[in-house]
Design a protein around this ligand. Structure first.
Ligand SMILES: Nc1ncnc2c1ncn2[C@@H]1O[C@H](COP(=O)(O)OP(=O)(O)OP(=O)(O)O)[C@@H](O)[C@H]1O
Length: 345
């Protein structure tokens, strides 16, 4: 766990970047720091590994006050990923990833073997290891940045806008990869972003900051979306707060019924009972995108709008049809969930 206790940071020029911050970042969880530019997110992050020293207050990592530890040693024990990878341009990808293990005194062979293993972990081909950073795409460079931060298997990972410089499609892929990795690795991650959608996707906890380094609210995404602490947070979350909440809820609890076998549109299945498409009485075809229990209510609503029947096809892990659900059932479930949470207007 990372604990901030009454932490204040004032730079020599008089700027207060972080104001009286008390915050707990749970072990094995992703804490996302969000807020507009200049509100103190990066300063907060950099105080964890002592790249910035607090003016007052205490920061503990795993119960130990960071100011009582050797700064260089502390930094080697904490992974750090920044925008555009921050890779060394004149070192190969493999040598970039092996940086910290080598600093820790591993022999070259072991460090390179670890680097090669990590290339695979972050979804890069082995031959990428021999290239130089400029020979990779922005998204690939970010993956190398993550691999480098993971090289010495640190329990804590600091990520400062790591996916800020890549296009939206690659960004979503990188977010998916991080979620997959985190399921296996359970690191304590502090993640800085401007993007509230990214925060909602990745965060177990989201801390919203306001200019002047004030923490306004720290809560689980659902709680934040359902009950923003004040108008500032509500505005920051945006007008689509209700839709974002739907993106966090899954279809699992929404009832399903049998697919219609007559009527204007029927669902055509293959021999393994996997949905192929909708077919009308006069032989027109419309695509179907089957959904599983872990898909979100937002995806379900989207699909139900695209579906000619307003029905979504539900499938199991093998892609086999389990039933269908109507748009009305999805909406009714969403309304009930919102009401249970007491969603503030
Ligand atoms: N070394 C420094 N000296 C003086 N002021 C600084 C220094 N570093 C940051 N600041 C100021 O502290 C405030 C917080 O900066 P910080 O980089 O932590 O914000 P941020 O929320 O991460 O912003 P961004 O999203 O734009 O990166 C800003 O007003 C910034 O100008």
């Amino acid at each position: 766990m990372i604990q901030f206790d009454a932490v204040h940071k004032r730079f020599p020029n008089g700027t207060t970047a972080v104001h009286d911050l008390s915050l707990e970042m749970p072990e094995g969880g992703v804490t996302v720091l969000v807020g507009s530019s200049g509100c103190g997110k990066t300063t907060t992050l950099r105080m964890v590994n002592r790249m910035v020293e607090p003016t007052s207050g205490t920061i503990r990592v795993g119960g130990r006050d960071v100011t009582r530890q050797d700064a260089a040693e502390l930094r080697r024990s904490i992974g750090y990923v920044i925008q555009q990878g921050g890779l060394f341009p004149h070192r190969t990808v493999l040598d970039n990833i092996a940086t910290v293990p080598l600093l820790l005194g591993w022999n070259r062979r072991k460090a390179r073997a670890r680097a090669a293993e990590l290339l695979e972990t972050v979804g890069l081909a082995t031959d990428a290891g021999k290239r130089y950073p400029h020979q990779l795409s922005g998204g690939q460079q970010q993956r190398v940045g993550v691999a480098r931060a993971l090289a010495a298997d640190p329990p804590v990972l600091l990520m400062d806008e790591p996916f800020g410089a890549v296009d939206p499609v690659v960004r979503t892929q990188l977010q998916d990869e991080l979620l997959r990795l985190q399921k296996e690795l359970n690191k304590t991650i502090v993640f800085v972003t401007h993007d509230i959608d990214e925060a909602v996707r990745l965060g177990d906890r989201i801390a919203v900051f306001r200019t002047g380094g004030h923490l306004v609210q720290c809560a689980a995404p659902e709680e934040l979306l359902a009950r923003p602490a004040d108008d500032f947070v509500a505005e920051f979350l945006g007008a689509e707060r209700g839709l974002k909440l739907l993106s966090l809820r899954t279809l699992a609890a929404v009832p399903q019924g049998p697919a219609p076998d007559s009527g204007t549109w029927t669902l055509v299945l293959d021999e393994a009972r996997r949905p192929l498409h909708w077919r009308s009485a006069d032989d027109a075809e419309r695509p179907v995108r089957p959904l599983g229990d872990s898909d979100s209510l937002l995806s379900a609503l989207n699909e139900s709008v695209a579906s000619p029947t307003g029905l979504i096809a539900r499938v199991d892990a093998d892609g086999e049809l389990t039933g269908v659900t109507s748009r009305d059932d999805i909406l009714e479930h969403a309304n009930r969930a919102h009401a249970e949470l007491g969603v503030a207007a």
